[in-house]
Design a protein around this ligand. Structure first.
Ligand code: TSJ
Length: 640
């Protein structure tokens, strides 16, 4: 083994630490899926962001290299390379010791909280190879590792010098270990969206992104001088807004608070919390403080303006946040986190300070902007009215309309009652539905044809949604109820099918219908998506029929390109415009048979990504929607 430093006791502890990371990578990076893989980049980038927060770094470069590795570099001071008290270069300790993050860190704000700041050794342990290049004090130093183990023997514990320079900075290149990760291709869309977010949260920072991989070559610069105000504008860019972006900031007890918010004409809220520039997917005390005070303030104004009469009840928090998009970003010198993924801010002083700043600043704003205030109270009134209707609608639904599973006219159910084996295909159109019914394996495949377009659930209120026949049938067929803002009647353990497969034509209408279905699931049955039950069927686009040889189904344009290159001699190409054009046998082979079909598992990164996806999907312009569907198509994997 190429390892120079296994002799002394401290190195042995190091090895044990790295071994622990390699044995249970999920404990350190969440998962070994694409999400965990991308996380490696963020772990490294966060160190450069820390350097930026400390006031020493203005540029970060992130490159996805052709060989599958990633490079992150900055123009900060450079990781200290000098001798540390333990007898080796400080850089070595950073990359080989778990929890070494804070040791040399004299920055006021550590991004740390569980994962961050300690990430570099974790990334190192999970990389086939990693190279660190540090420019500092006139010299260029370099160190290399394999699976976390140093490959260079140090002289007197000091790093080799490979050149001279007047610049300073740190550069890390790493290749994720393919024996650890399911897949080792970084997903560019996720990386870009995370870097973009980092740019919004650090308005002085320039992030240079480059993808050198031939299939997704691209160069971008993320620089967002408007900060979280720009973030809100971007989140709402394809929505109908009800107010301008409201921004305020303040400081107390060493905690800085920044809030940007805007109302849109939609029936939901999107409130995001960040601490030290890291997203808190489970929320936490900063959000509780903000929400509580915001609700109180709106209720007092509503009474003062006599919009709420004496006999009226207060608006609920959910009413008040109806249509709200908000970013609450705080800087805390000593953040603590709790929750399942250690992303829920736990500091009580954060609630207190955010509450205080919000109370002072938002009142100051509303006193000067009464029109905006009235618009916002208007949103709350609408929400309260709908809430009351919903409460009624729900009682009605629960008491009067007990659906029976068998009385679902159009559902062609399967014979098996074992949910782990059953699949339900939601098929667009009666004719395709008919073909699917005769093509399927009725022992375990159910078919539910739906007609036309279901309601756009982003825009409709829940009583309308629940009155929709197609949606009722679907909720009823799945068997687990639904959840929404005011209660949760969803029980995934009652789900009757392991796979829910959306099957629509590969055209704009089909894309729209699958979008509406995904939005419906995401809003009212999100666990279906989080737990991996929702799939999109990928019917072929073409059938190639050569004069000699076997017919072949082609699932996308890339497959067609490959076929044209590979196949010599003449062939006829049939283009499928819709599922309805296939006979039962063809439909079985291409779309229903688990041995040959192509299914795309629908996955969601987290709250932010999800809202972006829905936004992209629900936008009124067609092109981005089409792009999403193509993304699906190229992501598709054989489900065998
Ligand atoms: F994660 C990492 F270690 F791999 C990494 C760290 C990766 C990258 C791309 C950059 C960095 C990094 C670390 N950039 N800048 C720094 N700065 C320091 O580590 C540093 C430098 C000087 C001093 C000082 O007190 O003089 C303190 C620190 C924390």
């Amino acid at each position: 083994m190429a390892n120079a430093n296994t002799y002394d006791a401290s190195s042995i502890t190091v090895l044990e630490g790295l071994e622990a990371v390699r044995k249970r990578p999920g404990m350190y990076i969440g998962s070994v899926s694409t999400r965990g893989l991308n996380h490696l980049i963020y772990e490294i980038v966060d160190n450069s962001v820390d350097e930026h927060l400390a006031g020493y770094c203005s540029e970060i470069h992130v490159t996805l290299e052709e060989d599958g590795s990633a490079t992150v570099s900055d123009n900060g001071r450079g990781i200290p390379v000098g001798m540390h008290e333990k007898g080796v270069s400080a850089e070595r300790l950073v990359f080989t010791t778990l929890h070494a993050g804070g040791k040399f860190d004299n920055t006021a704000y550590k991004t740390s909280g569980g994962l961050h700041g300690v990430g570099s050794s974790v990334v190192n342990a999970l990389s086939q190879r990693l190279t660190v290049t540090v420019k500092t004090e006139g010299k260029i130093y370099q160190d290399t590792y394999e699976k976390g183990i140093p490959t260079l023997e140090l002289k007197d514990g000091l790093l080799p010098v490979i050149g001279k320079t007047k610049e300073t900075g740190t550069c890390v290149n790493f290749l994720p270990d393919d024996t650890i990760f399911d897949k080792t291709r970084f997903k560019e869309d996720e990386v870009k969206s995370r870097l973009h977010e980092t740019a919004y949260l650090n308005p002085l920072l320039h992030i240079f992104y480059e993808d050198k991989r031939p299939e997704s070559k691209e160069q971008l610069v993320f620089h967002e001088p408007d900060g979280i105000v720009g973030f809100i504008k971007d989140l709402n860019k394809s929505r109908e807004t009800v107010s301008d972006v409201i921004y305020f900031t303040g400081e107390a007890e060493g905690i800085t608070v920044e809030v940007a918010l805007q109302y849109v004409n939609e029936f939901h809220e999107n409130v995001l919390g960040f601490c030290n520039n890291i997203y808190n997917s489970e929320g936490g005390t900063h959000l509780t403080g903000f929400k509580a005070t915001f609700t109180n303030v709106i209720n007092s104004y509503a009474r003062e303006l006599n919009i709420l009469k004496e006999k009226d009840q207060n608006f609920t928090g959910t009413d008040v946040r109806n249509g709200m998009t908000a970013v609450v970003s705080i800087k805390h010198p000593d953040p603590r986190f709790e929750g399942q993924t250690k992303t829920k801010l736990d500091n009580q002083d954060a609630a207190k300070v955010v509450s205080k700043v919000t109370g002072e600043e938002i009142v100051r704003f509303f006193d000067r902007n009464l029109d905006t205030l009235k618009n916002i109270i208007g949103c709350a009134e609408k929400a309260a009215k709908i809430r009351k209707t919903e409460e009624k609608a729900k009682t009605n639904m629960l008491t009067k309309q007990k659906f029976s599973f068998d009385s679902n006219g159009k559902l062609a159910n399967c014979e098996s009652k074992d949910p782990s084996k059953c699949e339900i295909f939601i098929v667009e159109g009666d004719s395709a539905g008919g073909s699917a019914k005769s093509a399927r394996d009725r022992s375990y495949q159910a078919i539910l044809p739906i007609r036309g377009k279901i309601l756009n659930v982003e825009k409709a209120s829940i009583d309308k949604i629940l009155a929709n026949a197609e949606i009722k049938t679907m909720i009823n067929a799945f068997g687990c109820g639904f959840s929404e803002g005011y209660g949760n009647d969803f029980d995934i353990s009652k789900l009757r099918y392991d796979k829910i497969i959306i099957m629509t034509d590969a055209d704009v209408d089909g894309a729209h219908i699958s979008t509406l279905l995904l939005t419906l699931f995401y809003r009212f049955m999100p666990e279906l998506i989080y737990e991996g039950h929702v799939y999109v069927a990928m019917p072929p686009l073409y059938k190639a029929m050569p004069q000699k040889g076997k017919e072949e189904y082609l699932y996308d344009d890339k497959a067609l390109e490959r076929y044209r290159k590979k196949h010599k001699g003449p062939f006829t190409l049939q283009r499928y415009k819709g599922l309805g054009e296939m006979d039962a046998q063809q439909l079985w082979e291409t779309t229903l048979d688990p041995a040959t079909r192509l299914l795309k598992l629908v996955e969601i990164e987290d709250g932010r990504m999800a809202s972006e996806v829905t936004e992209m999907l629900m936008g009124t312009d067609v092109p981005p929607r089409k792009a999403f569907i193509y993304d699906h198509a190229t992501d598709a994997e054989l489900d065998v």
